[in-house]
Design a protein around this ligand. Structure first.
Ligand SMILES: NC(=O)c1ccc[n+]([C@@H]2O[C@H](COP(=O)([O-])OP(=O)(O)OC[C@H]3O[C@@H](n4cnc5c(N)ncnc54)[C@H](O)[C@@H]3O)[C@@H](O)[C@H]2O)c1
Length: 388
């Protein structure tokens, strides 16, 4: 790993967090991953909708109490006025708030790392994309699974023609933990309230990761899709099982299964990509192994960790020697490291060092929201094929 940018920059980046409090699922992951590579310091936050939880989270993060905010609007304003204000902010609130928060900070010259799904609607996604492309701020979307070494390796192998021309793309995200619904509607999580995102909110929660993963590895965007959605859990108001077929402009075909009710599954994200000469397969629960298969030859179990056996793009994402398991946190941290390096390179005027670095962008967010809206539309038309 290269530390030259950090050495030249000479200090850590001042980082803030909106949402992601002690009352959240994903907040702790962000705090761990941002610290891992010594490039970001958490200095301010509006980390919960509940002021007491926001205060408590700031306290355990050892924040200056003056920089723990009860309201993200207040945080944006006051941090922008400070000479030592935050330079980068992560947004880890529920998604219906992402666009407003992102714009508040971007407009004050602060770079943004945003949780997926990027926005509530495709219209909002396009508006945010316009805002980012007309400014000079960095914007990353935390499709964290693209940080795995063997996922980056798969993408590099596809690009090098290791499986020939890609013809079939399957990416599934059937998770299993949410198989009951709280009878008290008010106590349900926002994921299961149609008024928060939509009746199709599963497309943003697990779907956006699968859409981004398929596109990242296969480097193709679907042209049309047909979606069928079901509610399998009694009392639930949002779809919890989704099947989607896709067609690509070059004739390739795709398939996606998303679920919150795949009993027995834990996480569930996986892909299988078949080309004219072979296939690649990967599962998030065993992320160290990528299977490469060619007809008539023994299957190859590719593993991470050694530069002689990996592409530079895959190896760039590795941290420790082969045989020592890495995992989710290091994969997620790769996005923070690559983002921080891009930030420092820009500030130093050296151009983005490590062109091997990668983080999903605002355009990826638009693509996933375009898919989201097309899938909802198709389902409303009983699975009709619609353009993406
Ligand atoms: N990248 C991933 O793998 C991954 C995993 C889980 C969640 N997510 C995404 O992260 C986001 C948050 O998900 P979660 O599961 O942690 O949700 P959550 O409901 O568990 O937590 C949301 C957090 O945002 C805070 N919050 C809500 N409104 C706020 C406001 N107005 N101001 C400040 N804070 C506010 C809450 O208090 C809480 O701390 C979502 O967009 C979700 O899709 C991503």
């Amino acid at each position: 790993m290269s530390y030259s940018l950090l050495r030249d920059f000479g200090r850590r980046i001042r980082w803030g967090l909106v949402g992601g409090g002690l009352d959240s699922i994903i907040g702790e992951t962000h705090r761990l991953c941002a610290r891992l590579d010594n490039r970001l310091d958490l200095v301010a936050g509006a980390m919960s909708i509940d002021p007491e939880v926001a205060r408590e989270t700031a306290e355990v993060c050892l924040l200056d109490p003056d920089r723990s905010y009860a309201d993200f609007r207040d945080m944006a304003e006051r941090e922008a006025e400070r000479e030592d204000g935050v330079e980068v902010v992560t947004i880890a609130t529920p998604p219906h708030l992402h666009r407003e928060i992102a714009e508040l900070f971007l407009d004050r010259g602060i770079d943004v790392i945003c949780e997926k799904p990027m926005t509530k609607t495709l219209t909002e996604a396009k508006q945010l994309s316009d805002r980012v492309s007309h400014g000079d701020r960095l914007f990353a979307l935390t499709h964290c699974y693209t940080g795995y070494p063997m996922v980056r390796e798969a993408r590099a192998l596809v690009a090098r023609g290791a499986i020939g021309d890609v013809r079939q793309i399957e990416c599934d995200f059937p998770s299993g933990p949410f198989m009951q619904e709280d009878p008290d509607r008010g106590s349900r999580h926002w994921r299961f309230k149609p008024e928060m995102m939509s009746k199709e909110s599963i497309l943003g929660e697990v779907g956006s990761h699968a859409v981004n993963m398929a596109q990242f590895v296969a480097q193709k965007k679907p042209a049309a899709l047909s979606a069928s959605m079901t509610i399998l859990t009694e009392g639930r108001e949002t779809y919890d099982d989704v099947q989607i077929a896709m067609r690509y402009p070059d004739g390739a075909l795709g398939r996606m299964w998303l679920s919150f009710v795949a009993a027995g599954n834990e996480h569930g994200l996986s892909f299988r990509i078949h080309g004219t000469e072979g296939s690649l397969a990967w599962r998030q629960e065993q992320p160290e192994a990528l299977w490469l298969r060619h007809t008539g030859k023994p299957a190859e179990r590719l593993t991470r960790g050694h530069p002689d056996r990996m592409t530079p793009e895959g190896f760039h994402a590795c941290r420790i020697r082969e045989g020592h398991p890495e995992g989710y946190i290091l994969a997620f941290a790769n996005l923070y490291r690559d983002f921080a390096d891009a930030f420092m390179a820009r500030q130093l005027g050296t151009g983005v060092e490590g062109s091997l670095g990668h983080f999903p962008t605002v355009e990826d967010g638009v693509d996933t929201m375009r898919f989201y809206e097309a899938a909802a539309r198709s389902n409303q038309q009983c699975g009709a094929w619609v353009d993406v």
